[in-house]
Design a protein around this ligand. Structure first.
Ligand SMILES: [Zn+2]
Length: 346
């Protein structure tokens, strides 16, 4: 069976005709399989949604109880039959509950990995390599310039700055689903045990991580705390909040931003970021290349991001590779940091 007879891109998203479902559809469909809770992948209004428990819970938190006509849970390692295909679910290492979906039909296996990373993240199950014939990879950081390094070193930079400027507050911009909780956990792993403050927009999802057994230490809402009492403290906030009037409640804040884009100095400068922290929930160039090789796939479909360089790299390794023309997927590391209405590709 040709892979394109199993999965094919169409305007609503990636369609599995023989299985009767879409993966991460961007428009309402009858049956959706969702890889993870970020809003460009997990949208409300579908008839039936199949996803991990955590992804379903995050959709509930974000969109309310009636976000879909019906829901069904799938666990890591579980397979089930949908129409003429078998699907199975495997950890993607991107955020809590994130999954790769393997679709098998008549002996051909395609893995749709959604967003993924192969780096250390104590807040979610590590990425698992799933051998397959066709691997669908993201390419958010699909250029050789993007090498993220060790996130623990970035967190040490943050803590060194906190120690150096006890009279200033540290404001860390971090996407509120996944990145914020990972940064908090890395701060704890580095030995910092003072309370960490949270912007209101992060409270719900962070307490969900705690409910799921991820120990983040003592967290406090920053709302209502006196300005002087925030000297020497760390506050996590959505990236957009770190550049507006909201920051006036902090004493002489040092603004940090945790994102893979902080590898690009000009981006940090543009945003007025004093302390760029290169921490990403997406695979970097080396991670993308290593993962593609590890799957053993002979054919690679590249989507949402910088497809061209990765397609070229795959072809240079003798693999069949092509960009997938899927639209509607942004990059959460950018999205939340931009004013409403501005394109994520800007
Ligand atoms: Zn994502």
């Amino acid at each position: 069976m040709r892979p394109q007879d199993i999965l094919i891109p169409e305007p609503a998203g990636l369609l599995c005709k023989p299985g009767g479902f879409h993966i991460d559809p961007v428009r309402p469909v009858d049956r959706a399989v969702i890889t993870h809770g970020h809003s460009d992948h997990a949208r409300p209004g579908h008839g039936a949604v199949l996803a991990t428990r955590e992804t379903l819970d995050m959709m509930r938190l974000r969109y309310g109880e009636n976000f879909a006509g019906s829901t069904q849970e799938i666990s890591y390692g579980e397979s089930l039959k949908l129409g003429d295909v078998t699907i199975s679910c495997h950890p993607a290492g991107h955020v809590l509950g994130s999954a790769q979906i393997a679709v098998t039909c008549k002996g051909t296996c395609i893995v749709a990995s959604g967003d993924y990373k192969d780096a250390h993240d104590p807040t979610c199950t590590p990425f698992e390599v799933v051998p397959c014939d066709v691997f669908i990879t993201e390419a958010t950081f699909g250029l050789p310039v993007f090498r993220h390094g060790d996130a623990a070193d970035e967190v040490r930079k943050l803590l060194a700055s906190v120690a150096l400027f006890p009279e200033r507050a540290h404001l860390v911009g971090a996407y509120s689903l996944g990145k914020a909780q990972r940064v908090i956990k890395l701060i704890r792993e580095a030995g910092y045990d003072a309370p960490i403050y949270l912007h209101g927009a992060m409270e719900k999802i962070t307490s969900y991580y705690q409910q799921r057994g991820i120990d983040l230490g003592e967290l406090r809402p920053v709302k209502g705390v006196k300005k002087a009492d925030l000297a020497g403290t760390i506050t996590l906030a959505p990236p957009s909040a770190t550049s507006d009037l909201w920051t006036r409640r902090f004493p002489d804040p040092v603004t940090a931003f945790a994102s893979g884009w902080m590898r690009v100095r000009a981006r940090a400068r543009q945003r007025g970021i004093e302390l760029p922290l290169i921490i990403s929930d997406h695979a970097d160039w080396d991670g993308l290349c290593a993962t593609i090789g590890a799957t053993g796939a002979g054919e690679i479909w590249v989507t949402h991001g910088q497809e061209d360089a990765l397609v070229h790299w795959c072809q240079s390794k003798g693999l069949i590779a092509r960009p997938l023309a899927l639209v509607g997927y942004g990059d959460e590391e950018e999205e939340e940091s931009l004013p409403a209405g501005e394109s994520a590709d800007a």
